[in-house]
Design a protein around this ligand. Sequence first.
Ligand code: F6P
Length: 334
Amino acid sequence: MYFIDYIRRKKVMKKIGVLTSGGDSPGMNACIRAVVRTAAYYNIQTIGFIRGYEGLIDNNYIELNRSSVSGIIQRGGTILKTARSDRFKTIEGLQKAAQTILQHQLDGLVIIGGDGSFKGAIELSKYTDVKIVGCPGTIDNDLIGTDFTIGYDTAINTVVDAVDKLRDTAESHDRIFVVEVMGRDAGLIALRSAIASGAEAILVPEIKNDLDVLIQKVQAWRKDKSSKIIIVAEGDESGGAYKVAEIIKQHQPQHDVRVTILGHIQRGGNPTCMERVNASIMGYHAVKALLDNKHLVMIGIVDKKPTYTPFEKATKHIQELHPDLLQMLEILSC
Ligand code: F6P
């Protein structure tokens, strides 16, 4: 009985849409490919909206099939392009988007994006009956309900590669380098890349007054340590890498301090192996979730298993930094 019902529900899904929204992240293409090919396997047609919700509002789309997603798994960025849509925050924009969904007679929609994109999807659901599921696409890894977001692994590898290079020059000149990494509200990029690159300290938004602690640390550093790397998350209350360097100079003028802001370089590049696999798992399960009538949930991976977290919960992105990892960094960086 259950099996017959399962098959009946599967038949309902004939056509779906997919879009990437918010900041791009490496692995989005692998996810799109997985969505399109899984849908094709179940005889579901897929269309891709261009520039995220902007494409949905303007009915700007392309047909996607097995061939159109060939050769993209290894590419960074997103073949569908992306945008942060202000129009989608208006009632008019939401109504237009719902109209596009109706016009195409879509049965499902897959949103690949971050918390802002999922908040938008919750609003959209007030104007349409289409089933909506999401895959977490952001380098920040700041969503509840998944161990890794699409883009995070590649971004931290990019940071580690850059810091390794900075270490060479820092070591040669006995300098302090203050390196600013992305993470508007979260210090996860900073923490993990600091551990992997052997950085001496981090400043992250989750920890208050960490700048005062840093100054004490700079004073207490071993004299035989010639280079020092401080990784600052852009969202930290200190005000960014230049500010941190200035304050260190004020307190410890004997130090030679340099600043490097890694910026958008962290958002580009070929996705790592782990990224491609995780993004594929998420895209595959997004289509399976639609077939199972799931709605307004984000597909995540927790303890290597696919999970479904309601958008409402996923967007409350106050991920605590693992205290044990923080303590480990502290101990290992001395
Ligand atoms: O949310 C991902 C992210 O890369 C943040 O870490 C960063 O603050 C932001 O996007 C930058 O956005 P934009 O590319 O729109 O300037």
